[in-house]
Design a protein around this ligand. Structure first.
Ligand SMILES: *Cc1c(COP(=O)(O)O)cnc(C)c1O
Ligand code: SF4
Length: 335
């Protein structure tokens, strides 16, 4: 008997869910009834970038299917260790655009704050898998330098909480930081880039809604969902709470081979997002991070998929296909 419901996730707080995440490749394979032939590769790749998947996400993965699109996003594979030409450890050169601990200022008018180095889930394709987060964990005292930087540049109208996953930080910290940011007059907007409402929907707590809504800043949240199977009823509930609180909801997706490089999957994702109150924003071509080459989708296929989406969906349900290029002033559209 497969006992993947042994942990009743609904009764756990989000912090308990984080703490009880699966981090052992053998346990993951056993819980999903998968063959140990995947184990050697999983253990090797796990040594490079560890497995991490919470039970609430695991519940949405099918039993016995090694090709499940959610499983592919989290299961370490031996392929990750193959060197691939053009793939590197810092493809976005963010380590250069990082003048102050915890702050990245690459684009006009917007700064990213690395609010939490942690994530609730480790996505195998992640462009931050090699980021030196140890150097980017500012304390309250150290946030002063980042806040002074923002205060000193009145072209900055938007502050983006990023990570890792910013919602891995406590609401107390997020409330404090938001109050500090709101004191800077030229900042108008606060944006939160997070995958947590998808991975652990109970993260959308009352205290989370409180700091998001009590501020004078206009707030938006860019969630990160790659597949319609991720958007179950618990996630829909969390997103509805955010939307009802007045948070503008957008989604970004990474185009991933054998996860979502398929017209019908992308159509269903857009439709389902709209059903739960979210508009598609970006469809990203993969960043060429060492370990992710097996997820690459060619630009020709990517453009073809978006052309087919445009031919079948209302314009507002078609995400912008973009790639991040290190020295560009913005995300670069693939036309
Ligand atoms: C993606 C990104 C932003 C936000 O870009 P938008 O096009 O406004 O979504 C800002 N700064 C950095 C460093 C980014 O990577
Ligand atoms: S949640 Fe985001 S930052 Fe964290 S591993 Fe996944 S893609 Fe990367």
């Amino acid at each position: 008997m497969i006992t993947r419901s042994a942990v009743t996730v609904d009764s756990l707080t989000w912090q308990e869910q984080l703490a009880s995440s699966i981090r052992d490749p053998k346990q993951l394979l056993d819980m999903l009834g998968l063959s140990h032939s995947l184990l050697d590769g999983a253990l090797n790749a796990h040594g490079d970038f560890p497995l991490r998947v919470p039970h609430s996400y695991l519940q949405r993965i099918a039993i016995g299917d090694p090709n499940d699109p959610l499983l592919r996003q989290v299961l370490p594979l031996g392929d990750e260790l193959l060197a691939a030409p053009g793939y590197s450890e810092d493809p976005l050169k963010e380590q250069v655009a990082n003048p102050i601990a915890g702050l990245i200022h690459k684009y006009h008018g917007r700064v990213l704050l690395i609010v939490s180095p942690n994530c609730a889930i480790n996505c195998r394709y992640c462009f931050r898998r090699h980021f030196p987060y140890q150097d980017n964990k500012p304390s309250r005292h150290e946030w002063q330098a980042a806040l002074e930087y923002i205060a000193g540049d009145d072209s900055i109208s938007e502050v983006i909480y990023s990570g890792g996953d910013p919602l891995a930080a406590s609401d107390k910290q997020l409330q404090w930081l938001t109050q500090q940011v709101a004191q800077i007059n030229h900042v108008k907007r606060l944006r939160v880039h997070t995958r947590l409402p998808i991975v652990i929907p109970s993260r959308v707590t009352d205290s989370c809604l409180q700091w998001l809504t009590e501020t004078r800043l206009k707030t938006s949240m860019v969630i990160h969902s790659n597949h319609p199977n991720e958007l179950d009823t618990a996630v829909a509930g969390a997103l509805t709470r955010l939307k009802d609180a007045g948070v503008t909801l957008l989604n970004q997706t990474v185009l991933l081979a054998d996860v979502n490089d398929d017209l019908s999957v992308l159509q269903q994702l857009s439709e389902r997002l709209f059903d739960v109150g979210v508009l598609p924003y970006y469809l990203h071509q993969l960043d060429r991070i060492q370990g992710a080459a097996h997820f690459e989708v060619s630009d020709i296929k990517a453009r073809q998929l978006v052309a087919e989406l445009m031919a079948t969906l209302p314009g507002y349900l078609v995400p912008k296909l973009v790639r991040e290029i290190p020295d560009a002033q913005n995300k670069v559209p693939l036309l």
